[in-house]
Design a protein around this ligand. Structure first.
Ligand code: NAD
Ligand code: TYD
Length: 333
């Protein structure tokens, strides 16, 4: 199989490429990534000389480049996005350009060449749950509430529109919050781990009672693998970790894993429009494709802390330059 993977230098995309090369060594992979602040070729350094792996630096909004690549592949697996909610609150333009227009450019190209298209999306498109609501599923109405989730919702709608209007062979996955190695240290788990390494406090938003459902990136990617091989065309699949945690409980687990105490928590102003709770009912993919999450949060978090310790140069590079400015603007630290 020949795959065009977009955003393969980012967190989930680079873990996906690693997973696919290890599982299907004869598959041919092209990784199209613009190398924004979140893209890092270090994530895939060990595959640089692999004859079945090719990296192309470029923007998914570049029609000519995209057409040139899409004409030679069997499937597009679309990860590329602006992915951080806080950045979308500061400035949403890049979110609309990459997440909406970039997806539309890829869809046009897939239409032109009749290429199978898998769209990687988020549970945040469904909005925010109350404490007793059942988890999101494939029938939940869309209700995005941040500029990030609004741009992802728009892209999901476009993908479905190309299926209905143009018969494009698509699938979509909506997954809950991922964690694991190579995650850019602006998202809460790697931010907190690396702050603690640097003896800095961890900024907990609001009352810390917002809930997220955490899933290991390898469980997510195993789900995407199943969908691209066995998923039903035109269908959406929700993936979750069965692991709801308040941010407060999450913070305690991180503090424990790093060996620090509660005094490292800094309570800071809440995020604007902060979604209260995400949770996923993944019965559809469980019943139809036999998928469920396998990695326990305790094991995954321990492994993640070790990865960040062992790869501290990688962290330092992320935390320099533009990121430092962003951090200063956000928390005045
Ligand atoms: P990330 O920010 O770590 O990586 C995004 C990658 O896309 C980077 O390598 C970046 O360089 C690249 N990119 C950005 N704009 C581009 C453009 N215009 N052209 C080409 N490449 C571009 O993101 P992530 O956390 O790995 O998320 C990957 C996908 O998974 C996204 O679509 C996101 O919405 C979705 N998702 C993420 C999570 C999560 O918890 N991180 C959960 C569910 C779904
Ligand atoms: P984040 O990792 O940004 O993911 P998302 O907003 O996509 O769910 O945030 C996860 C949760 O952690 C979210 O409820 C906001 C909270 N949070 C903090 O409390 N402090 C922080 O510094 C960050 C980045 C997030």
């Amino acid at each position: 199989m020949r795959l065009l993977i977009t955003g393969g230098a980012g967190f989930i995309g680079s873990n996906f490429i690693r997973y696919i090369i290890n599982k299907y060594p004869d598959y041919k992979i092209t990784n199209l990534d613009a190398l924004t602040y979140a893209g890092n070729l270090e994530n895939l350094k060990d595959f640089e000389d692999n004859p079945n792996y090719k990296f192309v630096k470029g923007d998914i909004c570049d029609r000519d480049l995209v057409n040139n690549l899409v004409k030679d592949v069997d499937i597009i697996v679309h990860f590329a996005a602006e992915s951080h909610v806080d950045r979308s609150i500061l400035d949403s333009q890049a979110f609309v350009v990459t997440n909406v227009i970039g997806t539309q450019v890829l869809l046009d190209s897939a239409k032109e060449f009749g290429t199978r298209f898998h769209h990687v999306s988020t549970d945040e498109v469904f909005g925010s749950l109350g404490p007793d609501d059942p988890g999101f599923n494939e029938e939940t109405p869309y209700d995005p509430r941040s500029p990030y989730s609004a741009s992802k919702a728009a892209s999901d709608h476009l993908v479905r529109a190309y299926y209905h209007t143009h018969n494009l062979p698509i699938t979509i996955s909506n997954c809950s919050n991922n964690y694991g190695p190579c995650m850019f240290p602006e998202k809460v788990i790697p931010l907190f781990i690396t702050n603690l390494f640097e003896n800095k406090k961890v900024p907990l938003y609001g009352d810390g009672m917002n809930i997220r459902d955490w899933i290991h990136v390898d469980d997510h990617n195993r789900g995407v693998d199943l969908i691209i091989h066995k998923g039903k065309i035109g269908e959406t699949y929700c993936l979750g970790g069965n692991n709801e945690l308040t941010n407060k409980d999450l913070t305690f687990k991180i503090l424990q894993a790093v060996g620090r105490g509660e005094e490292m928590i800094e309570h800071v102003e809440d995020r604007a429009g902060h979604d209260k709770r995400y949770a996923i009912d993944f019965s559809k993919i469980k019943n139809e494709l036999g998928w469920e999450p396998e990695i326990s949060f305790e094991d995954g978090l321990k492994e993640m802390v070790k990865w960040y310790k062992d790869n501290y140069e990688w962290v330092k590079n992320c935390k320099s330059g533009e990121y430092k400015e962003y951090y200063k603007r956000q928390y005045n630290i």
